[in-house]
Design a protein around this ligand. Structure first.
Ligand code: HEM
Length: 280
């Protein structure tokens, strides 16, 4: 049974990567959505109008993921963050963030697998996604490490402030923008700091890539806009009139996303941070 599951898993992944590449090509061949039309007509957030924001109440389930928490805070996912089907998560992140259907299947399926549930029939609570060293990992930008703060549901506002202050770029309207080098530098500093403060700190290639991937959504779907990232990372709330900055017809494919994730991770240089701290 175990081997059959593994073989099926390999086939599913190969299928998803081939599908993703096709969508990548289709995005080049088809016109993008017009501004203001990215979120589909029947979905929450259509025409730049998001359902009301209500902060989590005691007993609500929240995860280490700011964007999924925001969806629950706006009632796009159940406000209590509980009993969500993996299939519904797929549909909702597709509609809300214009991620390609490949990503929207791949990540919830990955989550179902690490929770030992069925993607097709089972449900989860948001807090369960924070299982340590599944996707959640040490050295993240918006949460202290799980060994220090076991409840990963709330952002660490000090860390978020440090991240937002790294922005050196400028948006078209003159407001601050987080760039690829800014994000690499923020990740470098955070990994060095986490290693110092958490005696149980762990790091591997796989989780570093997860870290770069999670945070690269800030550059792609949010265009690095500090004005949009501030409410999202501090209150886990969509800014007024927000819509995904990726307007491709078939959404942000994994292939295209890698064009941001790889330079972000390659730009991480923890040695230069340690050296600079030594000289200071
Ligand atoms: C498909 C379902 C998703 C799952 C299961 C998921 C899960 C997670 C988890 C477990 C973390 C914590 C990682 C850490 O330790 O830093 C995380 C962080 C994050 N995720 Fe998600 N996520 C999902 C979708 C998304 C989407 C659609 C976006 C963007 C639109 C997003 C953006 C982020 C960001 C920005 C972080 C914070 C990274 C940091 O603190 O360094 N996630 N996610």
């Amino acid at each position: 049974m175990g081997i059959l599951n593994k073989v099926t898993g390999v086939f599913i992944n190969l299928f998803v990567f081939a599908w993703d590449f096709n969508l990548f090509i289709l995005n080049i061949l088809t016109p993008s959505y017009k501004p203001g039309h990215v979120v589909p007509a029947h979905a929450a957030g259509h025409a730049l109008s998001w359902p009301e924001y209500t902060p989590p109440k005691d007993g609500d389930s929240r995860s280490a993921c700011p964007m999924l928490n925001a969806m629950a805070n706006h009632g796009i996912l159940p406000h209590d963050g509980k009993n969500i089907t993996f299939k519904d998560l797929n549909i909702k992140i597709r509609q809300t963030f214009n991620f390609a259907p490949t990503f929207c299947f791949f990540v919830p399926k990955f989550a179902a697998d690490f929770l030992n549930r069925s993607y097709w029939t089972d449900r989860f609570d948001l807090a369960e996604l924070s299982l340590h060293n599944a996707i959640e990992h040490d050295g993240s930008l918006t949460r202290q490490d799980a060994a220090l703060v076991p409840d990963q549901a709330k952002p660490d506002l000090g860390l978020v402030k440090e991240l937002l202050e790294e922005a050196t770029g400028t948006m078209a309207d003159g407001s601050p923008r987080l760039t690829i080098p800014d994000l690499s530098r923020a990740l470098s500093k955070r990994r060095v700091a986490a290693k110092k403060t958490n005696k149980d700190y762990t790091e591997d290639f796989f989780h570093n890539i997860f870290g770069s991937s999670n945070s690269s959504t800030m550059l792609t779907l949010f265009g690095g806009s500090i004005a949009d990232l501030t409410p999202m990372l501090t209150e886990e709330r969509f800014s007024e009139n927000w819509e995904p900055r990726v307007r491709s017809r078939f959404g942000l494919t994994m292939a295209k996303f890698n064009a941001t994730v790889i330079p972000v991770e390659r730009g991480v240089n923890t040695k230069s941070i340690v050296q600079a701290e030594g000289e200071a």
